[in-house]
Design a protein around this ligand. Structure first.
Ligand SMILES: [Zn+2]
Ligand SMILES: [Zn+2]
Length: 358
């Protein structure tokens, strides 16, 4: 099978390796297809795994950061962690009727009993098993991590399950009772999903604040009621105008800039909630007046990972209007270009088709 191996910086090779097999001896035979995740996660046991023919893999900001040296990762390895495909083989402890299932792949499994699983998040499980890197024709995943998708969700959009799960997990951290107005700052794929899920949970009016017109238009498709262009007016004024000076109930920062976290804090009402989905640079501080946070009793929450919601996410995204979301499709041999184009923020989501794209 074809596999794209990352060798550090922006260097990749397209390699031909034997198609992995789920052998009966409990050991994996896919040393060339190393997981794209930190080494503390182990390789899954073959008998509890499934082999998936990959249909689509999304290019993630993390992939971009890895090739730019901004996110720690050790080559050589196979990147790609936002994948979908069809189960073609199962280990001997897995129900053979799973063969043929259309699935979204979680990057890690969870045990459900460790401290991280019980008090933090399944996605932080201390004894997780990793799915192999998905910039490859086939990937091996623990059966638990191959989540069946609804019939009405196509495989291409099912590859968005992983980023969507991070947003669903974050949106579910918010108390949405009697929330009249929420605002999302940043209309990339994560901002769009965060907006859709807050709206779906019951926030009456959702605002998208985003400078790129095409992204604002997709936000409307995803449920935005009001669109704000930060290049033509201040968000504070816009929110004040639409809330009689009261402020937003919820503000989500989905860019990763401390100054925008500050802006979110400034536009929420007393006892308002701010969600940080964007990845602010390591070492950065909140550039806000802490007296103001204290006095107005603001809640500030971080949202990093998939939480416990991955299994529910394909259903949660199945009815979204995805028109215009996929900005580019690339064959596996061109995945390097997909990562470069994705890093230039030219579109919404770039995807790689390891099994070939006509
Ligand atoms: Zn990702
Ligand atoms: Zn665990």
């Amino acid at each position: 099978m074809r596999v794209l191996t990352w060798h550090g910086n922006a260097n990749f090779t397209l390699d031909n390796v034997p198609k992995p097999r789920l052998t009966d001896d409990g050991e994996q035979k896919f040393s060339n297809v190393t997981p794209s995740l930190p080494q503390k996660w182990s390789i899954p046991k073959a008998k509890k795994s499934v082999l998936v023919k990959i249909d689509t893999v999304g290019v993630c900001g993390t992939d971009v950061h890895i090739t730019q040296g901004l996110f720690p990762s050790t080559p050589p390895k196979v990147l790609g962690h936002e994948g979908s495909g069809v189960i073609v083989e199962v280990g001997k402890s897995v129900d053979p009727s799973r063969i043929g299932e259309r699935v979204a792949l979680n990057t890690t499994s969870h045990c459900g009993i460790c401290n991280a699983c019980r008090t933090w998040s399944f996605s932080r499980c201390a004894s997780a098993e990793a799915t192999s890197g998905m910039f490859a024709e086939y990937a091996i995943a623990p059966s638990q991590s191959a989540v069946t998708i609804p019939d009405r969700l196509d495989l291409e959009h099912a590859a968005l399950t992983e980023p969507a799960a991070c947003c669903l997990s974050g949106a579910e951290m918010m108390n949405v009772e009697e929330c009249d107005l929420g605002v999302v700052v940043g209309g990339g794929i994560m901002g769009l999903f965060t907006l859709a899920f807050l709206k779906k949970r019951g926030v009456k009016t959702m605002v998208m604040s985003e400078p790129v017109k095409a992204r604002r238009e997709i936000a409307a498709q995803f449920g935005a009621d009001l669109l704000h262009d930060p290049l033509s007016s201040e968000l504070e004024e816009f929110i004040n105008d639409h809330t009689n000076g009261h402020g937003a109930d919820i503000a989500a920062e989905v860019v990763g800039k401390p100054q925008l976290v500050k802006k979110c804090i400034s536009v929420v009402r007393p006892r308002g909630q701010v969600l940080m989905v964007g990845v602010s640079p390591k070492g950065s501080a909140i550039p806000s007046d802490l007296y103001d946070l204290h006095y107005r009793e603001i809640t500030l929450k971080g949202a990093f990972g998939r939480g416990n919601v991955f299994d529910r996410t394909p259903e949660a995204i199945a009815d979204l209007d995805f028109t215009g979301i996929i900005s580019g499709r690339y064959d596996l041999k061109d995945a390097r270009q997909a990562i470069i184009d994705s890093g230039e923020a030219k579109g919404i989501k770039f995807v790689v088709k390891p099994s070939g794209y006509p």
